[in-house]
Design a protein around this ligand. Structure first.
Ligand code: ATP
Ligand code: MN
Ligand code: MN
Length: 304
């Protein structure tokens, strides 16, 4: 549909008091989402979204000319940053430390709109403990022809396997084709140990159901299957943030789900410009227990 004044108004969103150049610039033609609406969305969702991104290095998908034009990932600081967007120095094995971007406030989050940031992708470790992740993510990447109920039952399979080893997990849509299962953990083990655990977890699933699961990235072999992408769990890897918009037509967001919502007939989709239709989801937060859970991968399952 063509852009309409109604779409440009950001129904249900609070006005973000941040400085924007060209606030009326349309960043998504199919929904008419403007830069101001994007800032308003970040400002309105900040209280919910910040717990999942604050104090972490961020990779930012910038679409300064809209999501129909080329977008690019930026993780290093270049130029001047909006108020509330800060830097964190990260050392690597070789070379000088590099400055990454990080935010800790609603002002910083909304300020990302000034940079044309349509997607926010945090690390799974925090700035003050970069080498020890405090969550794991299993990213289920289905072949495009795979039926929804099969993807939904795969998510439940992941959840039950985690439960068996004493781990609670949380579900979200990616905002794209797949589902993400997030496992909060205490920051105890370092990246190689956690990555190796997730690799063996994915391999176990593939072994149990090789007709359905795949642990190799190759797209060609994915036909009718689900790629269990455990590679979100390595140093410097990111996954899209909970509540982040996606740079796709209509600007869907990565949305926390109740497990029972998997029983619906199709992948639920929630769009930034339709905030007014789903804002009631914020009342009964499916993830409200996440930060209250203190759990750890059982030591017996850690190999290195
Ligand atoms: P879908 O459900 O459609 O799979 P997704 O967000 O899970 O959506 P994937 O392709 O499975 O998409 O995940 C790839 C992830 O890798 C991205 O979410 C992003 O965090 C990260 N990523 C990919 N390319 C880059 C890049 N160039 N720079 C930084 N991070 C990247
Ligand atoms: Mn994915
Ligand atoms: Mn993936």
């Amino acid at each position: 549909p063509p852009q309409t004044p109604a779409a440009a108004a950001g129904p249900g969103l609070k006005h973000a008091p941040v400085r924007l150049t060209h606030p009326a610039k349309v960043l998504d033609t199919s929904s008419g989402m403007t830069k101001q609406v994007l800032a308003d969305y970040y400002w309105t969702i900040a209280e919910r979204m910040l717990p999942y991104i604050a104090g972490r290095p961020l990779s930012l998908l910038r679409c300064p000319d809209g999501s129909a034009r080329p977008c690019f990932f930026q993780k290093h600081v270049i130029g001047s940053l909006p108020r509330g967007v800060n830097t964190v120095e990260i050392s690597h094995k070789t070379g000088a430390p590099e400055a990454y971007m990080t935010v800790a406030s609603a002002e910083g989050l909304a300020g990302l709109a000034q940079l044309g940031v349509v997607e926010v992708h945090p690390w799974n470790s925090q700035n003050d403990d970069l080498e020890r992740p405090n969550r794991m993510i299993f990213d289920l990447d289905p072949d495009e022809t795979l039926a929804w109920p099969i993807l939904a039952s795969a998510a439940i399979d992941v959840r039950m396997r985690l439960k068996k080893i004493g781990l609670e997990s949380f579900l979200k849509t990616s905002g794209g084709k797949g589902l993400h299962i997030v496992v909060p953990i205490l920051p105890k083990f370092e990246w190689p140990a956690v990555k190796d655990f997730t690799r063996r977890f994915a391999l176990d699933m593939e072994k149990a159901n090789p007709k359905l699961y795949l642990t190799k990235m190759t797209k060609a072999a994915r036909k009718g299957k689900i790629y269990i992408d455990y590679l979100r769990n390595e140093r410097e890897a990111t996954a899209v943030a909970t509540y982040s918009p996606r740079a796709r037509p209509g600007v869907p967001v990565s949305m926390p789900l109740h497990w029972k919502e998997l029983e619906f007939g199709a992948m639920p989709i929630f769009r930034v410009t339709e905030f007014i239709q789903w804002q009631s989801r914020l009342v009964d937060d499916p993830w409200k227990q996440l930060d209250k859970i203190n759990q750890q991968i059982p030591s017996r399952l850690i190999v290195n």
